[in-house]
Design a protein around this ligand. Structure first.
Ligand code: ZN
Length: 240
């Protein structure tokens, strides 16, 4: 009896914990910091289990977003919130494995944690912006979107400002593989043949209707080989 009470107390203590890594590169350790829980914990909200041992408590906005991503046909798992050194974090993120397009599955490469709202915008862009453009321009669907990752604890190149990648709120796109294996990379295709050039410009423009900031090869040399998609559009997009 006493043992059962102790166990449930331990479970309660764990539910209040937030994952905080001890040092960069180390394994996350449980911490009882109440400030790091922030407003992401809502009493009574359903707990979402991931492959991590600690339960996650998500608020209604999070749950709605996860439901929306599921309805879009994405294959994903919700990830536990984590805080890292130097003000970096992955809060309310998911690991996307594949997306749905009109006629099949869209595979994703090299993608790490991405915030749920950006993931939802990405799923819609992949289907309606990317795959349909490929069907129109190349007559075939996109099989894979190759990314250069999402979360990275770093600053904007050449500045002291934290990048949106430091909070998993941005995705870098390197290229696209069509059903027949043809690869259209941003680095080669931007100034490639006419269909490649058209396709990449169409998908960038459609990204500008869904994401807050979209940067590509025309912006600066740091983006010559990828599209940077950041945040969900709220008003006008910064599109370069
Ligand atoms: Zn980027």
């Amino acid at each position: 009896m006493k043992r059962a009470v102790l166990l449930s107390l331990a479970t309660l203590a764990l539910s209040a914990c937030t994952l905080v890594p001890q040092a960069s590169g180390g394994q996350p350790a449980a911490s009882n910091s109440s400030t790091t829980s922030g407003n992401r914990s809502t009493a009574g909200a359903p707990a979402v289990r991931s492959n991590n041992q600690l339960p996650m408590v998500r608020n209604n906005a999070d749950n709605q977003c996860l439901a929306q991503l599921g309805q879009a046909g994405a294959r994903f798992e919700a990830l536990p919130d984590r805080y890292f050194d130097q003000g970096c974090s992955t809060l309310g993120t998911v690991q996307m494995h594949a997306l749905s397009s009109d006629n099949g599955s869209l595979e994703l490469r090299n993608l790490g944690p991405v915030t749920c709202p950006v993931s939802t915008a990405f799923a819609a862009w992949a289907r309606f912006g990317v795959d349909r453009a490929a069907q129109q321009i190349f007559g075939q669907r996109v099989a894979t979107i190759q990314t250069m990752g999402s979360y990275a604890c770093r600053n904007v190149a050449g500045s002291s400002r934290r990048s949106a990648h430091a909070s998993a709120d941005a995705i870098d796109i390197a290229g696209f593989v069509l059903e027949d294996g043809t690869r259209i990379s941003v680095s080669d295709g931007w100034n490639g043949n006419s269909r490649e050039r058209e396709f990449l410009r169409v998908v960038q423009r459609s990204a500008c209707r869904r994401f807050d900031t979209v940067l590509g090869p025309d912006y600066n040399a740091a983006h010559r080989d990828h599209f940077h998609l950041e945040g969900v559009i709220d008003g006008n997009s910064y599109c370069r």
